[in-house]
Design a protein around this ligand. Structure first.
Ligand SMILES: Cc1ncc(C[n+]2csc(CCOP(=O)(O)OP(=O)(O)O)c2C)c(N)n1
Ligand SMILES: [Mg+2]
Length: 760
């Protein structure tokens, strides 16, 4: 249903009904698939091999962890061990049914997904050249068969090497088994935050559609993950009416019956089947189905149909595969405390690998001996991989920062991505300048985004109420008239999904500018901001780029109290992997916003509500201000004041007042908090010998403490007095005007502190 402007009061008596959600509808088997030509003998053998690879890989991990198998003498396995033995049909059936270049996201129990994705990606290579490039540096076989064999071995080696934290691992040992990603194969990353990848997958699928990538995203999650808030946000996100073409994502819930120990049926949910939840999100129940996750052919069938739906613009799809993990949650859990031997036995009796082996023999694809030979060959490959991985290189501690930030930008894209003129709904226009060439800060925000959206059609803007309304503060008003609802759209009130989808979308090439209305709401997003957006580059070995801008605002002084007035920049600045920008003037705002959008790293862009109506000179047209470059806003000789965002304006007022008393204050605005222009701050303090840092945030743990500490570190020899901080009190922002006035540093308080410092 498209956006309906008139929402009329219709109160006709009726009932809400849901179409039935099928359970175990697949009635075929390998024989039927072979006969119908949906699968070939080779497909079936590949299924066996992929499942054997997972089983053998994980059994070897278990042996290594228990010290029963030592690839080299003295070897000790470290790291997490969440094994998926028993769940192989789910991983392999599903991955074999999507295209080799489609995407997956995975979980902490993700070795199987990763092995299967890489395996099917290799099978999908059209030319020897691609395989040859993959094995470069390892071997140079001549015929396809040896080339593929070599590539498979390299894949297993690199997977095992990642588990062992080696440089040759897929993520260069930065992620390990719980965060393995394999970007060349479309594996967008495993996630050790339960449910953490839900919005990443929805965002990647949204981007796939917007950029016409034609790729489906298969999002593996566990049953436990479905009870996390982000699951709800992501389902709803993907099912929104405003996406005319359905978002091509398959949420595949691998219901192995337990979270860690919490049981889905009869304990931690009120439903029998998690597929039932599809009924809450759109009229077609998200095409939800329950599938036999112990049968790879049933899984293949269901995911193939889901993929087809996604490719036809009818996503999202929700599938639940009923499966079972044979081992404990991890190898330190013996599972007897929460489940019975009878239950375990019943599942092991329908073991997925036994089933496929039997089927291959029954339908004449392989003989018993050939099955045994496949098992032996796979065990050998895994043994080779273990020995190889142990001998691989330990990362050099000197390289600990490698991969944290991309050093690239989209500065030089030429016209490749320019928005075609005929895609514009209205002539883009600049805000009328006053006689001094000035516009408002909020107009500077809109102009920067407008110019970047024109320059690069991968830039899209979304957030709560940004479309027709231009956001709660009207900062982006008018952009929808130029770019339309496909590039400027309202988000549901789902802050975690706003950030998570931006992360996922940026990982596959979109350049989202997403808005979180008040920085107070960043706490709603902390997993997506702090664990996903910030870390997905570093954890995945520096391979992902996340060119996403999260715009947000600081307020205060309006009587909005504790949940709409905070200054939480330290919360985001503390997480490595995010850049943080907080401009005070219209000129800086435009130049920095443009740089933020072009940067290939995630940027938290903090606007200040009090600055929105400030005027300043801003040129029409292109200019940028490099992130990480501060500015001496006022020169002085007696004392340095470091301030940013709205506090800069108050500090400048204080400096002006002190000038009349004969005290000369130099005011430095870092503009970007991460990376911080320490050099410009240090140069000023080395000159004046005295420093004050001004903060709107509460004193304890504020970002100013970090700045003050850096000043002490860098300027110790020139300091003539202790470094001071003027900050808010250590209380939540109060509502009452006298209390709020007391709380936010006033011009007088700043002036007092500067005066005291200058005298000291
Ligand atoms: C947000 C979050 N909460 C808790 C944990 C600890 N934890 C790790 S795995 C897990 C169970 C997850 O269950 P499920 O989603 O069913 O996946 P499964 O382990 O069964 O594959 C828990 C509670 C976590 N990693 N992340
Ligand atoms: Mg589970």
């Amino acid at each position: 249903m498209p956006k309906n402007v008139d929402v009329l009061p219709l109160f006709e008596k009726s009932q809400i009904t849901f179409a039935p959600i099928p359970r175990f509808s697949y009635e075929g088997n390998l024989g039927a698939e072979l006969e119908a030509g949906r699968m070939s003998n080779t497909d079936a053998i590949n299924m066996l091999d992929a499942m054997l690879a997972i089983r053998s890989f994980e059994e070897t991990v278990a042996q290594m962890k228990a010290g029963k198998f030592k690839p080299t003498p003295g070897f000790k396995f470290i790291g997490a061990t969440h094994l998926s033995i028993g769940q192989e049909a789910s991983a392999v059936g599903a991955v074999s049914a999507i295209g080799p270049d489609d995407y997956i996201t995975s979980t902490h129990r993700g070795h199987g997904h990763s092995i299967a994705k890489g395996f099917y990606w290799l099978l999908g290579r059209q030319s020897d050249e691609e395989l040859r490039a993959f094995v470069e540096g390892y071997a140079d076989p001549s015929d396809y068969e040896s080339l593929f064999e070599c590539a498979l071995q390299v894949h297993l080696n690199r997977t095992m090497a990642e588990l062992m934290g080696k440089e040759e691992g897929y993520c260069h040992g930065r992620g390990g088994g719980m965060h393995i990603a394999d970007f060349h194969a479309g594996h967008l990353g495993a996630n050790a935050i339960v449910g953490g990848s839900y919005a990443i997958a929805a965002g990647a699928a949204m981007a796939s559609d917007m950029l016409d990538l034609g790729r489906v995203v298969l999002c593996f999650v566990g049953d436990g993950a479905t009870n996390n808030g982000i699951a709800h946000e992501a389902y709803n996100w993907a099912a929104q009416d405003q996406f005319e073409c359905g978002v091509p994502v398959i949420f595949l819930v691998e219901n192995n019956q337990y979270g860690m120990t919490g049981q889905q049926v009869g304990e931690v949910t009120g439903i029998q089947d998690l597929a039932q939840r599809g009924a809450g999100y759109n009229e077609v129940n998200m095409h939800a189905e329950v599938v036999n996750g112990m049968d790879p052919i049933a899984m293949y069938d269901a995911v193939a149909r889901a993929t087809e739906l996604c490719r036809n613009g009818q996503g999202p799809v929700l599938l639940e595969s009923k499966t079972y993990r044979y081992m404990g949650h991890s190898l330190s859990d013996d599972c007897t405390a929460y489940r019975s031997e009878t239950e375990e036995g019943a599942w092991k009796a329908i073991d997925p690998i036994d089933q496929i082996k039997r089927a291959l023999v029954e339908y004449g694809v392989l003989s018993d001996d050939e099955v045994v030979e496949h098992c032996r060959a796979m065990s050998k490959r895994i043994e080779n991989a273990s020995v190889w991985a142990v001998d691989a290189t330990d990362p050099d501690p000197k390289d600990i920062y490698r991969g944290l930030f991309a050093d690239s930008t989209s500065d030089d894209i030429g016209d490749e991505w320019a928005t075609p003129e005929d895609a514009l709904l209205a002539e883009p226009s600049y805000t009328r300048r006053d006689r001094q060439g000035r516009i408002l800060y909020r107009h500077a925000v809109a102009e920067a985004i407008m110019e970047e959206m024109l320059r690069d059609r991968r830039v899209v803007l979304y957030g709560e109420d940004v479309a027709d309304y231009g956001g709660a503060f009207g900062a982006t008003r008018g952009l929808i008239d130029v770019f339309g609802r496909k590039r400027v759209f309202n988000a549901p009130i789902s802050e975690a999904a706003i950030v998570g989808t931006a992360a996922g979308a940026s990982m596959v090439g979109l350049r989202p500018v997403a808005e979180i209305m008040y920085i107070d709401f960043i706490f709603m997003t902390m997993d997506q901001t702090g664990n996903q957006l910030a870390k997905n580059r570093y954890m995945f070995g520096g391979k992902a780029k996340l060119p996403a801008v999260i715009r947000t605002t600081i307020g205060g002084g309006k009587g909005y109290a504790g949940q709409h007035s905070q200054s939480l920049e330290a919360v985001v600045a503390q997480v490595p992997g995010l850049k943080v920008v907080a401009p005070a003037t219209p000129y800086d705002c435009k130049g920095l916003m443009k740089s933020a959008i072009r940067d290939d790293n995630p940027v938290i862009f903090i606007e200040h509500q009090h600055c929105y109506t400030d005027k300043g000179e801003v040129p029409e047209g292109d200019y940028t201000i490099p992130l990480g470059e501060g500015k001496v806003v006022r020169e002085g000789t007696d004392v340095t004041a470091v301030a940013y965002s709205y506090m800069l304006l108050r500090t400048l007022e204080a400096a002006e007042a002190l000038a009349e008393e004969g005290i000369s204050v130099e005011v430095v605005d870092p503009r970007t908090l991460v990376p911080l222009d320490e050099a410009i701050i240090a140069a000023s303090v080395n000159k004046t010998g005295r420093a004050l840092v001004v903060q709107q945030a509460p004193y304890t743990g504020c970002y100013g403490e970090h700045i003050a500490h850096r000043i002490v570190d860098l300027c110790w020899d020139s300091l003539k007095a202790p470094v001071k901080i003027v900050a808010a009190h250590d209380v939540p922002p109060p509502m009452a005007a006298p209390l709020e006035e007391e709380n936010i540093p006033s011009v007088e308080k700043i002036a007092d502190a500067l005066r005291e410092l200058a005298k000291g």
